[in-house]
Ligand binder design. Structure first.
Ligand code: GAR
Length: 233
């Protein structure tokens, strides 16, 4: 992958993760080119964040399409105008068709607010509280056809606080996401982490386990983990 990785960010809502990317790139801490921000919702606040940062935007409303494949074809045609190397799903709340995933195989990342493989799907924070789990977090993973099921790259874990609400827990998880997502995307953008032939490679070596970073209840990183090669430095 090119050093200056052309990146498309796909959003459906608020775009706080997008903002984390914008901020990191803006201060020189992340070497990605944010080429375009795409949304399936014209009122997504993520589009406003992009415009404020001077990033081109594109929007196609999915409601105008009769089926998923035709929407995804239009979305791909639009995205390809920027020839992205990498697609970042940042709260993009649509299931992607097999054809779309195949078209960008190994080049789509997602963040899911759970310690995958636990809690794929929706409403993760409440499910974690209902189950009485002691730990929660978020996972950056490559996107495959399996919903929330692709190879995991980086997982941020934080303790659940007794008595907190799902909204409070969600806010703390998002603060962790804003740290781990740009970091993991940076590894992929640099070509250090890649997914090909069904396996994840870190610095060329097969790595089937995610890198795990542990945070305290306030969102401070306690254990700094990096891909394998950095651990020896
Ligand atoms: C994030 O918390 C992300 O983990 C979640 O949507 C939120 C988007 O927030 N994604 C999913 O649930 C995908 N399964 P944001 O728009 O503020 O970045």
């Amino acid at each position: 992958m090119a050093t200056r990785c052309k990146t498309a960010v796909l959003v459906s809502g608020s775009g706080t993760n997008l903002q984390a990317f914008i901020d990191r790139v803006g201060c020189g801490a992340l070497d990605l080119e944010l080429s375009v921000v795409f949304s399936n919702k014209p009122d997504a606040f993520g589009l406003v964040r992009a415009r404020n940062a001077g990033i081109p935007t594109a929007c196609i409303e999915h409601g105008g399409f009769t089926d998923r494949d035709s929407f995804d074809r239009s979305m791909a045609a639009k995205l390809d105008e920027w020839q992205p190397d990498l697609l970042i799903l940042a709260g993009f709340m649509r299931i992607l068709s097999a054809a779309f995933v195949a078209r960008y195989a190994g080049r789509i990342l997602n963040i899911h607010p759970a310690l995958l493989p636990a809690y794929p799907g929706l409403n993760t924070h409440q499910r974690v509280l209902d189950a009485g789990d002691k730990w929660h977090g978020s996972t950056v993973h490559f996107v495959t056809e399996e919903l929330d099921g692709g190879p995991r790259i980086l997982q941020g874990r934080l303790p659940v606080v007794a008595g907190e609400t799902a909204d409070q827990l969600a806010a703390r998880v998002q603060a962790v996401e804003h740290q781990i997502y740009p970091e993991a995307a940076g590894w992929v953008g640099e070509g250090r982490v890649e997914f090909r032939d069904g396996r994840t490679r870190i610095d060329g070596a097969i790595a089937d386990e995610a890198v795990i970073q542990v945070f305290d209840r306030a969102g401070k990183k306690l254990q700094v983990s990096r891909p394998a090669a950095d651990r020896t430095r």
